[in-house]
Design a protein around this ligand. Structure first.
Ligand code: ASP
Ligand code: MG
Length: 692
C-alpha cells in the first residue's frame, strides 16, 4: 500500500454544486488545487436532490431530471452537451428502474458525472471512481485497501471524481453512509491515501460559534481540536457530519472546513492541537442546546447561561454539565431566541484584558488593595473588561514575581529591575510604599513601558526637576502615571484640579485641610480639658503621627500635599517656596523628643490663648495649607488658621479632608470634602487609578 503521490481530497456539499454557477466556482477551486497535487473530488448530490429522491413521487423525480438537464445545458455546448445529456439520461433511466431504497443513491451519481465530464472537456486527465465498489460500509480496512488499489491503477490521473454518500454493504447491497454522509466519504478517501489535505467545502465560512443561519453574529472558529469538532458535530452542528472526524484523526490529517462562495475567506482547521481554554461554540439538535468548551468553569458557564436566558425570559430544562460542556433544552418555539441570547452571553462579550500589577509595599494599603481586587474581580471584569492580576509583590527587602500564580515575597534583589525584565505589555507598577527613594526608579519603569500608580506622596513631593522628568517619561512612553491617592486618599482632588488646568482655568487659591493628625488634635483640643502636648502624645501612642511627632507639627505631610496640589494646578513650587508658619520655636525642633514635649507643655498658655481668640470670634482652629495668587506669582504657606462657620473646613470631623479651590472662571469655589485617610480609602483610590 505504497503511494508516492501527494493527494488532496476536496469534498463539496449540496449547495456548492446546486447549479451551473455554483459548479463553475467548484471547478475553479479544483483546478487551483490540482496544481498542488492529485485531487480526489468527492461531491454530494445537488442541494435538495436527496430529499426529493427520498420523497420519490413522480413530480419530485421530474424536477430532478429538469434541474440536472438545465445544469448540463448551461455548462456545456455543442456535441459535448449532447454527449453529457445522453450520459445523464442513462442515469435517469436507471434511477426510475432502481428499487425504491436505491433511488437515493442517484443524486451523487448525477452530480459527479457532470463534474467529471466538465473537467474532461477542460483537458484534465480525469477518472470517475465508483464509490459503490470502493466504500464498504462498516469495514474501513477493506475500504482503504480498495481505494488505494483503485487510485494506484491510474498513476497519470490528475483528478479523481467520486460520489460521496454512497457505498455498498458487506453483503454487496448498494447503500448509503447516512444523511450528510459525503463528508465521511471524503474522510475515508483521505485516510486511505494519507492525503496531505482534506478540505470540506460548504456554504459557510467554516465551523462557527453558532449556526450563522440562526445566529447572524456567529463567527468562524479558526482552529479547533478534533475533540471539539466532534462535540459540535455530534450535537447537531450541520457543518460537519460527526463520523468524519474519526478517520481523519486516526490518520492525523487536518480537516479544513471552507466556504465555496468565499474561497479566500475565513475557514476552520480541525486538527490534533488542543483548544485554548474557553468556550468554543454552540450547537443545537432539535430543542437540545449544547455549549462546547474546554478547560472552562462549568459553574461560571451555567451562571452565564442562566443569566442570559433569564434576561430573555426563556425557561430552560435539564441544564447540566456533560463531558466538559453544558447541555440544556428549551421549548422549540423559543429555540432561536435562546441561541441568540446564549451566543451573546458567551461569545459577544469583549475579551477581557489582563492587566498585570506589580505592587511595591506590603503594609496596610497593599493588603487592602489585594483584598479589594479579589472582592471586586467579577464586577470589575463586567464593568471594564479588565482582569487585574497581582503578578509582583515586594517589601523593602524582598520580592516575588509570578505571571501564572500568586507570588510570594522570598527573593532578594532588585525588585524594579526584575519587574522591568518580566512585566508584560500594559503592566502597572503600584507604589504603595512610604519610601523616599523609590521615585528615583520611576523614570526607568516608565521608559520600559510600565505605567505607575502611586499612593506614596513622597514620590511626588520631590524636586521639580525630578517631577518634570517623571511626567515627561510617562508622556513620551504613552503610559499612565497617576497618583490621585497621594492627596485626600479617595477624594478626587487632583483630578478636579487637573481638569480645571486643562480647560485653561487659572487657580486663584487652593486651601487644603489635609493633615489629619493635626486637625484631629485641633478638633479635640479644649484648654482645661487637655493640653496640646498631651493630645499629641496620645496621637503618637496611637500611631497616628510620624515616628518623630515634630514632623507633623512642622507640617511636612501637609507641605507635601500642597506641593502636589499646586503642581497639578500648573504652579511649579519647590519645597522651599512654602512658608511654614511656626507652631513652636525653632529650638524645640532640635534636641530630644522628651525635651520637645517638656517645651511643648510650657507653650500651653500660647495654645490656650490661640484657642480663646478663635472661639470668641466664633471661629475654629484648623491646620490649613494654602496657595494663593500674589502680586507676582503665588504665595504658599501652611499653619494653624482660624476658620469662620461659613468656611467649609469649619465642620470637618475626625479624619475628614477638604480642599477649596477658587479659580478665575468660576464665581464660587469648588469644594471637595470627605474621608481623606485610611487603608481602604487608599486602596479604592489606587484601584480607581488602575482602571481609569
Ligand atoms: N446528499 C446526501 C445528503 O443530502 C449526502 C451529503 O450531502 O452529504 O444527506
Ligand atoms: Mg452535507
Amino acid at each position: 500500500m505504497f503511494l508516492t503521490k501527494a493527494y488532496r481530497v476536496l469534498k463539496f456539499g449540496g449547495s456548492s454544486v446546486a447549479g451551473a454557477t455554483a459548479m463553475s466556482g467548484v471547478l475553479d477551486i479544483v483546478e487551483r488545487e490540482a496544481e498542488k497535487g492529485t485531487v480526489i473530488l468527492v461531491s454530494s448530490a445537488i442541494s435538495g436532490c436527496t430529499d426529493a429522491l427520498l420523497d420519490g413521487d413522480a413530480a419530485a423525480l421530474e424536477s430532478i431530471v429538469d434541474r440536472h438537464n438545465n445544469i448540463v445545458r448551461r455548462l456545456f455546448t455543442g456535441s459535448q452537451r449532447d454527449d453529457v445529456l445522453e450520459r445523464i439520461d442513462g442515469l435517469f433511466a436507471q434511477m426510475y428502474a432502481a428499487p425504491e431504497d436505491e433511488k437515493v443513491t442517484f443524486g451523487e451519481l448525477l452530480s459527479t458525472t457532470i463534474l467529471c465530464a466538465k473537467l474532461e472537456t477542460e483537458g484534465y486527465a480525469v477518472k470517475w471512481l465508483d464509490s459503490r465498489d470502493l466504500v464498504v460500509k462498516g469495514d474501513e480496512k477493506e475500504t482503504f485497501g480498495r481505494i488505494v488499489a483503485a487510485v494506484r491503477e491510474c498513476p497519470d490521473t490528475e483528478i479523481f471524481v467520486a460520489p460521496g454518500f454512497i457505498c455498498r454493504e458487506v453483503s454487496g447491497k448498494v447503500s448509503t453512509l447516512g444523511r450528510g454522509g459525503s463528508d465521511y466519504s471524503a474522510a475515508l478517501f483521505a485516510a486511505a491515501v494519507k492525503a496531505e489535505s482534506l478540505q470540506i467545502w460548504t456554504d459557510v465560512p467554516g465551523v462557527m460559534t453558532a449556526n450563522p443561519k440562526q445566529v447572524p453574529a456567529a463567527r468562524t472558529i479558526p482552529r479547533m481540536s478534533y475533540k471539539a469538532a466532534l462535540d459540535m458535530a455530534s450535537h447537531g452542528a450541520k457543518v460537519l457530519y460527526a463520523p468524519t472526524v474519526a478517520p481523519a484523526m486516526e490518520a492525523g490529517i487536518d480537516i479544513e472546513i471552507r466556504n465555496t462562495f468565499a474561497p479566500n475567506g475565513q475557514f476552520t482547521v480541525i486538527g490534533a492541537e488542543p483548544d485554548a481554554p474557553g468556550w468554543i461554540g454552540i450547537a443545537s439538535d432539535g430543542d437540545n442546546i449544547r455549549v462546547v468548551g474546554t478547560g472552562v468553569s462549568i459553574e461560571d458557564g451555567i451562571r452565564t447561561a442562566q443569566g442570559a436566558l433569564k434576561r430573555a425570559q426563556i425557561a430552560a430544562v435539564d441544564m447540566q454539565e456533560k463531558d466538559g460542556g453544558i447541555t440544556l433544552s428549551v421549548r422549540h418555539a423559543v429555540l432561536e431566541n435562546a441561541l441568540l441570547a446564549l451566543h451573546k452571553a458567551y461569545f459577544q462579550v469583549l475579551p477581557a484584558k489582563l492587566v498585570h500589577l506589580f505592587v511595591a509595599g506590603d503594609g496596610a494599603v497593599a493588603s487592602a488593595l489585594r483584598q479589594m481586587i479579589k472582592r471586586t474581580a467579577a464586577n470589575v471584569k463586567e464593568r471594564t473588561g479588565k482582569v487585574l492580576w497581582i503578578a509582583g509583590r515586594a517589601n523593602s527587602k524582598k520580592y516575588g514575581i509570578r505571571l501564572d500564580g500568586e507570588p510570594s515575597i522570598n527573593v532578594e534583589g532588585d525588585y524594579v529591575e526584575a519587574v522591568i525584565k518580566n512585566a508584560p505589555k500594559g503592566s502597572l507598577f503600584i507604589d504603595a510604599t512610604n519610601s523616599h527613594t523609590l521615585y528615583k526608579r520611576y523614570v526607568e519603569l516608565l521608559e520600559a513601558g510600565i505605567g505607575i500608580i502611586s499612593s506614596n506622596r513622597r514620590s511626588l513631593a520631590v524636586p521639580m526637576e525630578d517631577y518634570r522628568a517623571m511626567q515627561a517619561a510617562a508622556r513620551e512612553n504613552g503610559v499612565p502615571f497617576r497618583y490621585e491617592t497621594t492627596v485626600g486618599a479617595a477624594l478626587p482632588m487632583l483630578g478636579s484640579i487637573a481638569q480645571g488646568a486643562n480647560s485653561l482655568d487659572k487657580v486663584v487659591s487652593i486651601e487644603a485641610v489635609v493633615s489629619c493628625t493635626m486637625n484631629q488634635i485641633l478638633g479635640d483640643y479644649k484648654p482645661g480639658d487637655s493640653t496640646f502636648a498631651s493630645l499629641l502624645l496620645r496621637a503618637q501612642k496611637a500611631g497616628l503621627t510620624e515616628k518623630d511627632p515634630r514632623k507633623d507639627l512642622g507640617g511636612m505631610d501637609a507641605l507635601r500635599k500642597l506641593l502636589i496640589l499646586s503642581r497639578e494646578a500648573g504652579v511649579e513650587l519647590e519645597e522651599k517656596d512654602i512658608e511654614v508658619l511656626p507652631l513652636v520655636p525653632e529650638s524645640l525642633l532640635r534636641g530630644s523628643v522628651e525635651a520637645f514635649y517638656k517645651g511643648l507643655e510650657g507653650l500651653e498658655p500660647k495654645f490656650a490663648n490661640l484657642y480663646s481668640e478663635a472661639t470668641t470670634k466664633g471661629c475654629r482652629l484648623r491646620f490649613v495649607a494654602k496657595l494663593e495668587k500674589a502680586a507676582r506669582g503665588y504665595k504658599a504657606s501652611i499653619g494653624i488658621r482660624k476658620v469662620a462657620p461659613e468656611h467649609p473646613a469649619f465642620n470637618l470631623k475626625g479624619t475628614e479632608n477638604a480642599i477649596i479651590v477658587s479659580s478665575a472662571l468660576h464665581p464660587y469655589p469648588l469644594v471637595i470634602q470627605g474621608p481623606g485617610e485610611g487603608a481602604l480609602e487608599a486602596a479604592s483610590s489606587i484601584l480607581n487609578d488602575i482602571l481609569r
